[in-house]
Design a protein around this ligand. Structure first.
Ligand SMILES: [Zn+2]
Length: 463
């Protein structure tokens, strides 16, 4: 089991201000964390920060801090009720490891927390004065299990990993030449989910795999049809004849590349608890689908599980007889705690409801549509590979620019890319105000039902 810690850039800024005060002495804070308790990975997700006031510490020196543990006691009930983890974090200047004093204090603090919360998985972390963060689980028997990485998700994407770097494989040399061996290794370690393996999705997958991403989780319930062959990369006539699952076609293509990417496939709907859990175990998510309710679910998932979310949209408006009105596309970068697709007015709450009805109860949807209560859901839109490829490439470049900032302007100015080929427009926009509807879900992690979404309730399954 691989433990890790993830926080937003805002949370990291808040911590840095508290942990490195002007007096130069050490300080400490507690992190209340949601979890994605997976089989392979155990992600701790910062939900709330509790800074221990300097004046409450009995002793503070440049290399030592003694603080009252009643601040832990105050969190135990909440942690126990919501199965949250408690992570202690303190600051080090220059000294990039746990000291013997840290070991002693962790071994005395955590067994009690484990006993009182009835969960063994809690941790201890250190933030360095240069912003790096590392940490470990502290097991009740006194063993330490280092975090595989600490992620800070903001305009830039930071994944702090321990040493033990592997050599760059021959097929990775051009990537390492472009972005450096460090970024290549980051790509190698990333676990990325792609939802939708059709027009834009297949091109996103192709580029992620050729950028040597370590693990790809592919989700799509559909099968290849002849009408897909004009734009799904790696699809063939024999796939259409056999109605091969779209996820399988991509998985086979990636395996044939031989670049060492591991693939997990879900030939399933996004509204499936197993699929939600698999995505929540990732580091990054790409949404490559049309459905409004699917996009809304992903945005919510990204908030609960602190995932950076790249949303791709293409629009080709044509009259079906050769008349083309509009050819455009967008890439949205959504970060937890920032604005959302909803607050950016990509869709409305009413459209989310209509799309949900369309998916789950087609008769009710038609009735409501007939009565004029809802607006129709777009079906079977025109699509071409050259537009999909443009938007897919823009999204992959966006990921790279956030892992390895290289633009003249800061990444904060690229929350939205918008291209219109028909109107000759390319623009990039900065993020708007935080989404009030999603802010309260930051870092909640696993809850029942998942994402507070009634449709993901598992009571039936358990019965
Ligand atoms: Zn220390």
């Amino acid at each position: 089991m691989q433990p890790s810690l993830t926080m937003t850039a805002n949370q990291a800024d808040l911590l840095a201000r508290h942990l490195f005060p002007d007096d130069g002495c050490e300080a400490v804070a507690l992190l209340l964390c949601g979890r994605r308790a997976g089989a392979d990975r155990h992600r701790l997700l910062v939900r709330r920060i509790v800074p221990i006031p300097y004046a409450e510490c009995s002793e503070r020196k440049p290399d030592l801090v003694t603080w009252p543990t009643r601040y832990v006691d105050a969190l135990l009930e909440e942690a126990s009720r919501h199965d949250l983890a408690i992570v202690k974090i303190h600051g080090h200047r220059g000294y990039d490891r746990f000291s013997e004093t840290d070991d002693l204090s962790d071994r005395s603090l955590f067994p009690g927390i484990a006993a009182l919360t009835e969960n063994d998985i809690h941790g201890s972390a250190i933030m360095m004065d240069d912003g790096r963060v590392f940490g470990r689980l502290v097991c009740p028997d006194g063993e330490f299990l280092p975090f595989s990485h600490v992620a800070v998700i903001g305009d830039d994407l930071k994944f702090y990993r321990g040493s033990g770097a592997k050599a760059v494989e021959p097929f990775g040399q051009r990537i390492a030449q472009s972005f450096g061996a460090g970024t290549y290794r980051q790509l190698r370690e990333l676990r990325i989910a792609v939802i939708g393996c059709s027009g834009t999705g297949s091109l996103v997958i192709e580029q992620l795999a050729r950028n040597c991403v370590g693990v790809l989780i592919l989700v799509d319930p559909d099968h290849i049809e002849p009408k897909n062959l004009n734009r799904i990369v790696n699809s063939r006539a024999d796939h259409a004849a056999a109605a091969a699952p779209k996820v399988d076609v991509q998985a086979q293509a990636i395996a044939a590349m031989g670049l060492g990417t591991t693939v997990e496939t879900y030939c399933a709907d996004l509204f499936d608890p197993d699929v939600v859990r698999a995505i929540a175990e990732c580091d990054v998510v790409f949404g490559c689908m049309d459905s409004v309710d699917g996009r809304h679910l992903l945005n919510k998932l990204a908030t609960f599980y602190l995932l950076p979310y790249f949303d791709l949209g293409v629009k080709l408006e044509a009259d079906g007889e050769g008349g083309v009105d509009q050819v455009c596309g967008t890439v949205h970068y959504i970060q937890p705690g920032g604005s959302s697709l909803l607050s950016r007015h990509v869709y409305t709450a009413e459209q989310v409801r209509a799309a949900g009805l369309y998916r789950t109860d087609r008769a009710a949807y038609k009735a409501q549509l007939g009565l004029g209560y809802i607006r129709g859901v777009a079906e079977d839109r025109p699509a071409v590979i050259q537009l999909n490829a443009l938007i897919a490439s823009l999204a992959i470049n966006e990921l790279l620019a956030r892992l390895h900032p290289y633009r003249l302007d800061p990444n904060s100015e690229y929350a939205i890319h918008r291209i219109s080929l028909s109107h000759g427009i390319y623009e990039h926009l900065e993020d708007g105000p935080a989404c009030a509807a999603l802010a309260r879900h930051i870092g909640r992690g696993d809850v029942a039902p998942l994402l507070d979404w009634a449709e993901l309730s598992e009571t039936e399954k358990a019965a």
